[in-house]
Design a protein around this ligand. Sequence first.
Ligand code: ZN
Ligand code: ZN
Ligand code: FE
Length: 333
Amino acid sequence: MAMIMRDREKVFMELRWDPVQGEWIMVSNLRGYRPWQPETYCPFCPGAPETGYGWRALILENRFPMLIPEPPEPSRHSFYVTAKSVGRCYVVVESPIHSLDDLSDLPLDDVIYILDLVIEKQKEIEKESYATYFIWFRNKGKEIGVSLTHPHSQIYVTPFIPSKIERELKNAEEYWRKNNECLFCRILEVESSDKIRVVYSSDCWMGFIPFYAHWPFEVHIYPKRHVQLITQLTNNEVKDLAKVLKVVLCGLKILFSKPSPYIMVLHQAPLKGSYSYYHLHIEIYGMFRDENKIKYVAGIETGGGNFTYDSTPEDNALKLKEKIDKCREELIS
Ligand code: ZN
Ligand code: ZN
Ligand code: FE
């Protein structure tokens, strides 16, 4: 027992390279140090030690980060490759209201405020030498293991390009080289001419369930302008994005009798280097495939890497669009 205790006192964090899949794993034992807290305590509510009072939204350091600015030296191995866990992990506390269910329930101005906050954080951090990638994501729903229900999202500033982004970059570059055009701009064109999978279109953005969706209600939101980073968006594009997010997330909320759990993630270019062939976008994976039935990522998806899709993206887009249209009317009226 004493031995175990002593081992646990040592903070261990490093990146480990998976030479078989060709990707990084973030290893840390920090979470094991999480102090016991009563279930009624919320670290994101106004008045908590890290939040204080008088704010509309906040970006806090994650108290159990996988990446930190000054990490310990990684272990050495004669075969395997390791690296320092250098980076940043933040929590975006999106509202002082604990019981608020989702981003879609916030007034439009508050959603704009959150987007501006995230953009400012990126501007601040992009100068850091370790900052290779800035990934903003949001997990929603206890069905997918979200334990802190206070509305929040997260930011990871990673020293590497996340694997999914790396794959997108590779395919987009290849497509550009062969066709002399942006893959994403082309998808925008194709989806808007097919029309059946489009769930929302505004001045600056288009939301659709792509032809090749993985998740049941997977919505991709593309800016209509060819742009790589959120820091390049105009005020008008940010404002319009806030509207799109509100409406699309509202659609997912009223789609079934219970709000659908989802993951939302921002895909943009890496912070350093030239990626003019890339086109930023937001992906939302609505995980209910039917009334209260969650899509499980099981054998073929996790083990093989390929998704199965029950129903069709076209049918699901039709269902979701109906709800989104309702939300849109409410938002505009
Ligand atoms: Zn709270
Ligand atoms: Zn493009
Ligand atoms: Fe993407």
